[in-house]
Design a protein around this ligand. Structure first.
Ligand code: SER
Length: 318
């Protein structure tokens, strides 16, 4: 990995992955590719960027050739709720966009492609506690179906086409630089905004809805480490469970209340997001990632809440 292109550069993950990659590989060697959304100042000011429409294979290939790219992180995707709201766009971005990236990678001879999967790749019939790496995957959300498609395609391209594709199944990601948009796990970020701005938050998931969650530094670490792992040690490719914490809304509220005693969370359940959350695991068994590339998370709930609260307070209140 010498020259890296990152699609979805304006998003929640891209905005944090790009600075980390620039630090590691040199600012000029990491190209931020966004479509319509604006980049953060941090990303726009620290290195090259370009516009890429992943729904057009030519657009992906042009960026790869123009910047002499050898590796690509494909983060551009519609999250679960956004995908249900616009099926045709979700097909184009999450399915066609993914195929275009894989074919463009083959045509241009890329060394490696990293495509994150998600807890959404599991379904209601999957065991919910400590969900194993290998288990029944029958998602009922469009986003989840596209993630299983990405995992299977990634493994197919590795085995049958000779393209090195890798990926991790990310939990809901909690972060403070850029808000997630259109996801089911967003409440865990929104609650901090509510707490700091108004001292309260109305949660759209029911108390007791456990979901696997991860603080963004761990998500970035997982994406970089899986990309850099020695291929000889990998028996899996685009489908590694990675776990760090699991909580439900009242536990998050209590953890926030320990830093902000007056914080209040009430509930107004959104049926779509509750349906999606109920079909996802409560927690993941990530022993395969631990064995094959030595995965270890750094943050649990308390450390995440401390860091999140401090950074978001500084961002919102100055
Ligand atoms: N964060 C995503 C969502 O909620 C799950 O990967 O849609």
């Amino acid at each position: 990995m010498r020259r890296i292109l990152v699609t979805g550069a304006a998003g929640q993950l891209g905005s944090e992955l790009i600075p980390a990659l620039r630090e590691r590989y040199g600012s000029d060697n990491v190209v931020a590719a966004m479509h319509r959304s604006p980049l953060t100042e941090e990303v726009a000011d620290s290195g090259p960027f370009t516009q890429v429409d992943a729904t057009e294979q030519d657009s992906v290939e042009r960026a790869i050739r123009d910047y002499d790219i050898d590796s690509l992180y494909h983060l551009g995707s519609l999250l679960s709720v956004a995908a249900e709201a616009n099926r045709p766009l979700a097909h184009r971005v999450n399915i066609i966009g993914l195929l275009n990236v894989l074919e463009a990678a083959c045509d241009t001879g890329l060394e490696r492609v990293v495509i994150p999967s998600s807890i959404a790749a599991f379904g209601i019939d999957t065991p919910h506690d400590s969900t194993p790496n290998e288990t029944l995957q029958r998602p009922t959300s469009l986003y989840g179906i596209s993630k299983v498609f990405g995992e299977l395609m990634g493994n197919y391209f590795f085995e049958r086409v000779g393209l090195d594709v890798r990926g991790v199944r990310l939990p809901g990601v909690v972060s403070w630089k850029v808000e997630p948009g259109g996801g089911t796990t967003d409440y865990a970020v929104d609650a901090f905004y509510g707490a700091i701005r108004e001292g309260r938050y109305t949660c759209y998931l029911r108390p007791g809805t456990y979901l696997p969650m991860m603080y963004v530094p761990d998500a970035i670490k997982a994406l970089i480490e899986v990309a850099e792992a020695d291929v000889d040690g990998l028996k899996h490719h685009a489908d590694y469970n990675v776990n760090s914490m699991s909580f439900e809304p009242t536990e998050l509220a209590e953890a926030i209340r320990r830093r902000m005693p007056g914080f209040e969370m009430d509930y107004d359940v959104d049926p779509l997001r509750q349906y999606i959350a109920d079909s996802w695991p409560n927690s993941l068994d990530d022993s395969v990632a631990r064995q094959e590339w030595d995965w270890r998370p750094d943050y649990g709930l308390e450390a995440m809440v401390d860091d999140m609260y401090e950074n978001l307070s500084r961002k919102l209140l100055g």
